[in-house]
Write a protein that binds this ligand. Sequence first.
Ligand SMILES: Cc1ncc(COP(=O)(O)O)c(C=O)c1O
Length: 461
Amino acid sequence: MDSTRYSNDITEVVEADRAHLWHHLIQHKQFETNDPRIIVEGKGMRVWDAKGKEFIDAVSGGVWTVNVGYGRETIAKAVYDQLIKMNYFANSAGSIPGSIFAKQLIEKMPGMSRVYYTNSGSEANEKAFKMIRQIAHKRYGGKKHKILFRDRDYHGGTLATMSAGGQDERVMQYGPLAPGFVRVPHCMEYRKQDGAPVENYGIWAANQIEEVILREGADTVGGLCLEPVTAGGGVITPPEGYWERVQEICKKYDVLLHIDEVVCGIGRTGTWFGYQHYGIKPDFVTMAKGVASGYAAIACCVTTEAVFDMFKDDAADPMNYFRDISTFGGCTAGPAAAIENMRIIEDEGLLANTVKMGDRALANLQALMDKHRVVGDVRGKGLFLGAELVVDRKTKEAVDEKRVQAVVADCMAQGVIIGATNRSVPGLNNTLCLSPALIATADDIDEITGAIDKALTRVFS
Ligand SMILES: Cc1ncc(COP(=O)(O)O)c(C=O)c1O
């Protein structure tokens, strides 16, 4: 800590936090009696809090973000050099890192072609929503404007993205929401809907989307926004056959497919993008968290050239372009950090490591399932995993949230930071979440799942 600007006494920091900070996602009453946690340092997979306690971070900065781990000097240096040279100009002009990163990103996304910079995942998603709306106005007299989203998915904290929010506890008390967003059923095989078949659940779940399109009228539906693997809604990996059928349905009804890769993007699942596991050809891909691993704020809304062309086909019309700006989409720190972040993932072979360590983590969780009856299901793709806790495997009744949080707290006390779904789906905030950095070693994975093993034993025996 720079002693010329801050007192070395951490109590000043804690008191300033307690007096003035409004933390994200937290009920603050507890801080009247407990100190807020302040993280002061990170290196690799580990972070240290203000009291000097060391933790292994199994959730990449709490919300699946720091994909390449902490303390990366080369990223800091790339950002420093860029900021000294040119920190900002509105993105109506280009920048050196903005252009270079766009080219490198598109090389990883065959079929995609244009990158629109913003500064948060919510904002990137809103850009796609706005583009879909504008296409509806330009081509369909405004009629084909509805955007479908899926039960249990999350797309952000702004009002439009909450209107596309499939996690009811996040949305409650913030209405009225924006019109024109319509929910489709989830595709979680472990908690199949009534009436779902024993076999071919994936096709059935995708067909539910078709039913919604037909009910609403295909001429009113412009877009479908989905997470490739649902994150905060319970780490839901798609059932077999689902994505192929989703793609067919979008094609059949001329519905633009928007994949929200805010969590899965840039390596989390072992491929550059989650959708690339399933042979999908999206019209929009949005990404944020891992793009620069949290070293700078950057998000992207990526489109195909066909989408882009629709915004430049009539240059004589002064309204015929995407009339949108994101001020901080012009910050050069984001793409400068993203270029180095991508280089690290490539040079250190982190996609392959993610597959290997993800397999190990899943196997370890499966072993926990054999040992602890409370683990009802384990799911995952790469280093993106969940373990759902249930009272009874037959009824699948969810474990009370307090006990799920007790497992998280026990791990924390052991020096292992894990996550759990919270304020998400009513009555189903019962999935432990893991998303360690892509640099995780076998020892790291074993340490994390070992802590969960001990915590489950203590909380449920
Ligand atoms: C799938 C998904 N989409 C969008 C967002 C919103 O991103 P941000 O918090 O950067 O606005 C999140 C955040 O957790 C997310 O998980």
